[in-house]
Design a protein around this ligand. Structure first.
Ligand SMILES: O=C(O)c1ccc[n+]([C@@H]2O[C@H](COP(=O)([O-])O)[C@@H](O)[C@H]2O)c1
Ligand SMILES: Cc1cc2nc[nH]c2cc1C
Length: 339
């Protein structure tokens, strides 16, 4: 299997040759699940989650010991169109906050025993305003994909890919429109908190951008290049690397999902090693997850980004694995089974 890339064609080649889960481990995990001291299916979605995790780890009694949260930050030329409630300087300021330990994601990563890494991608060089031209050329896209690819610790056993980038809900909305069609307003929401007039303006920006980049329609890598951003591309690179390493991934909110959806259009099963950690309050996230065939683990009204919803879901997955791998079987515990 090719595990490296220096062009977009190489990257697409990797996406067409992704490994699957370990079927033997998946089967053994299902057998084990059936013997655990609980009524059948009494742990609900936790049971399928644990079996999915065990399959990807190739261990029917897997553990989660080294989760990694990686946050990518990027700046967007499209902020010149007035699409965010916050100024673009906030991206770099929040990166500093992540590094000082003061952001929500620092607390959540800590709470769930995850290591946190932060990668700022050329913040002084925003992507091109995609109402005017493609956000990135091929070299810039490949470089950002590579940053994500290299950011994954091969020793980690669970990955959360998150982002920080003022303006990136406009980018995510444009990608969703390019990939799934409909109206720009279907995919455009408040982001950091723009008002109704701001959402209407943003929607026009999204519509104009997708009209300008016709080649992005239905083409995930072209959508990422023309309408994406460096942090979205880095998330796509990290999610792909995790797949090659058989590391399960928890997706975060609207922006992370849009980046991931780009991979799915290249290779329909590219996200089989991922689970949607939560459904964000960004209104279009529900439709996006539906199109991706992903049911979120949590829906807590969060719309922060920075990997926060996915980090919370580490707790859910850890709970699923603790039960699956730690519980006694009926035979071990001397508990009578159902009649
Ligand atoms: O994760 C989400 O669903 C989400 C929804 C709304 C906003 N955000 C965060 O807010 C920033 C983008 O919002 P905006 O309004 O600048 O496009 C970016 O840093 C994201 O992490 C994130
Ligand atoms: C303050 C702030 C924190 C964030 N974290 C992720 N996106 C964000 C956007 C803003 C504006």
């Amino acid at each position: 299997m090719c595990q490296d890339f220096s062009t977009l064609a190489d990257f697409a080649h990797i996406l067409h040759r992704l490994p699957g889960p370990d079927e033997v481990a998946t089967h053994a995990a299902a057998e084990r699940n059936a013997q655990l001291t609980k009524p059948p299916a009494a742990l609900g979605r936790l049971e399928g989650l644990a079996q999915w995790y065990c399959g990807w780890r190739g261990d029917p009694r897997a553990q989660i010991n080294q989760p990694q949260v990686v946050i990518f930050a990027g700046n967007h030329g499209v902020t010149a169109q007035g699409v965010s409630a916050f100024p673009p300087e906030v991206t770099a300021q929040m990166v500093e906050n992540f590094r000082q330990g003061g952001a929500a994601i620092n607390q959540l990563a800590n709470a769930f025993g995850a290591r946190l890494d932060v990668h700022a991608l050329l913040l002084d060089t925003p992507t091109t305003d995609f109402t005017q031209g493609p956000a990135m050329d091929e070299a810039a896209l490949v470089s950002a994909l590579r940053t994500g690819w290299d950011a994954v610790d091969p020793e980690c056993d669970l990955l959360v890919a998150g982002e920080m980038g003022i303006g990136n809900t406009t980018s995510a909305a444009a990608i969703a429109l390019a990939l799934f069609g409909g109206n720009a307003s279907d995919w455009t929401g408040a982001g950091t908190g723009v008002d109704e007039a701001g959402i209407a303006l943003k929607s026009r920006v999204v519509e104009k951008s997708v009209a300008l980049h016709a080649a992005a329609k239905g083409n995930g890598l072209e959508a990422l290049r023309c309408l994406g951003g460096r942090e979205l591309a880095a998330m796509a690179g990290a999610i792909t690397r995790a797949r090659v390493l058989r590391i399960p991934v928890i997706l975060d909110g609207f922006i992370c999902s849009a980046a991931a959806a780009c991979l799915q259009t290249v290779s329909p099963d590219a996200l089989e090693h991922t689970v949607a950690g939560h459904r964000s309050a960004e209104t279009a996230h529900r439709a996006l997850l539906d199109r991706m065939g992903k049911a979120p683990l949590l829906a807590l009204g969060m719309r922060l980004g920075e990997g926060s919803g996915a980090a919370l879901a580490i707790g859910v997955l850890k709970g699923a694995i603790a039960c699956h791998s730690g519980m006694a079987t009926f035979a071990e515990a001397g508990v009578a089974g159902a009649d």
